[in-house]
Design a protein around this ligand. Structure first.
Ligand SMILES: *[C@@H]1O[C@H](CO)[C@@H](O)[C@H](O)[C@H]1NC(C)=O
Ligand SMILES: *[C@@H]1O[C@H](CO)[C@@H](O)[C@H](O)[C@H]1NC(C)=O
Ligand SMILES: *[C@@H]1O[C@H](CO)[C@@H](O)[C@H](O)[C@H]1NC(C)=O
Length: 402
């Protein structure tokens, strides 16, 4: 019985109709004829019909959304939890795996432009799920690699607001291999702070986020063993919020720069916006002010200071726009600092900063499907992704052009 049904279908398929529907109708007729006695046989007959029409064809199969990362040593860290040996990684209250933050795929972005577009346009499939850049991937570097990348620069100078302080905090978590207290000045903590400012709470408890680390030199002064890098590195933040610029902040900022060209290049990371209610003109004035003060102190960075046809000096600068808003952002701010304002601001910065030779790392798409504990700021996990974005940008700078 089984053979007859199969045979009938096969014959129809090959010689007459070549259509599953017809095959199914013939099968239905036979089924009515033979009825209950051959239920099993009919089932097998049907599946055999379907198989001849729907065979897997690798040439017509849709491309998987995320092909696996390249099978190379260079990409291997992207497929493991790079936090495995970080301090407090195994603490019950600090279960953060790097694999929860970023999901690796191929191909890897090759240039800075590719990476910036991929990061700014990437997103997540589901709330708080791993971040996936758009079209090409970023690296998830190990601490050893991050140390090497930082060591290519005289200084990595971050200028901005609380969002940038959090990015610096997350970078220090990576540089100190410490998920528990890497972002904060735990060397002067009392018992209460040690309890309160742990892991994710380094950022999401206000009293703790003001205990952020501001410079590598303060780590070297207070807790040198906590720095994982064997080579010299220098990461520093100057908090500058207001426009017009505060003269004491400007002096402190200029003191970070050498008036003679140093051996290695500087890299500048800017972040601003919310303090001026996303007034694009205020943020551009802020940026222009800082760029002018930079050139005042470090004229060797001036793009128009050399012969007309010479390559302009290497002056790597990136602007990180504020991340998306969360449900806890107060209603009173929804017009001035809500998601629409944030998205328009990000686009405007991309255009205007670009005219000044400053790259823009957008964070709206990366952050929309993630926790903003106060409606404004990302927690440690979100900031670790921003921080790894900064490291990827640094890695793609051609420092040999210095
Ligand atoms: C990756 O490459 C290594 C060495 O070339 C090989 O042994 C391994 O089977 C490869 N893995 C996959 C998933 O292709
Ligand atoms: C955490 O546990 C894993 C697996 O047991 C281990 O390999 C790793 O070294 C531990 N990390 C720390 C910091 O103790
Ligand atoms: C990401 O989000 C912004 C909104 O902030 C949008 O304008 C932009 O086009 C998106 N994509 C990319 C690639 O930046």
């Amino acid at each position: 019985m089984v053979r007859r049904i199969n045979g009938a279908c096969g014959l129809l398929n090959r010689a007459i109709l070549h259509s599953t529907l017809a095959c199914f109708l013939v099968w239905l007729g036979l089924f009515t004829l033979i009825h209950y006695q051959v239920i099993d046989a009919a089932f097998f007959g049907f599946s055999s019909c379907a198989n001849t029409e729907f065979e897997y064809n690798p040439h017509t199969a849709s491309r998987p959304a995320f092909p696996p990362p390249e099978n190379t040593t260079y990409r291997a860290p992207d497929t493991i939890d790079t936090f495995l040996n970080y301090n407090y990684r195994n603490h019950t209250d600090c279960q953060i795996s790097s694999l929860d933050l970023h999901s690796a795929f191929s191909p890897l972005c090759r240039t800075s432009e590719e990476f910036i577009r991929a990061f700014s346009g990437g997103g997540r499939v589901g709330f708080n799920r791993p971040f996936i850049p758009l079209d090409c991937d970023m690296r998830w570097f190990t601490t050893q690699e991050i140390c090497e990348i930082f060591s290519r620069f005289e200084k990595v100078i971050v200028v901005g607001d609380s969002m940038m302080r959090h990015v610096v905090g997350a970078l220090n978590v990576l540089l100190r291999r410490d998920l528990g207290y890497g972002a904060v000045t735990n060397w002067n903590f009392n018992d209460q702070e040690t309890l309160d400012c742990f892991c994710n709470h380094q950022m999401d408890v206000k009293a703790c986020s003001v205990q952020g680390i501001f410079s590598t030199s303060s780590v070297l002064e207070n807790d040198p063993d906590s720095l994982a890098c064997s080579q010299p590195i220098n990461l520093v933040i100057e908090m500058m919020l207001r426009f017009p610029l505060d003269p004491t902040e400007v002096i402190r900022f200029q003191d970070l720069l050498s008036s003679k060209k140093p051996k290695k290049p500087y890299a500048f990371v800017f972040g601003h916006g919310l303090w001026n209610d996303l007034d694009i003109q205020a943020s551009l004035n802020w940026l222009d002010g800082i760029l002018d003060h930079t050139l005042e102190k470090a004229p060797y960075l001036n793009p128009s200071g050399r012969h007309k046809h010479a390559r302009p000096p290497l002056w790597p600068r990136i602007y990180i726009t504020p991340n998306s808003a969360g449900v806890r952002k107060p209603d009173a701010w929804l017009v001035s600092q809500g998601d629409k304002a944030l998205m328009v601001f990000e686009e405007s910065v991309r255009v205007e900063a670009g005219k000044r030779g400053v790259d823009t790392l957008g964070t709206w798409n990366m952050s929309i499907q993630s926790t903003k504990y106060d409606g404004v700021h990302l927690d440690l996990k979100g900031n670790l992704i921003k921080a790894m974005g900064v490291v990827n940008w640094l890695n793609l700078i051609h420092v040999r052009d210095w």
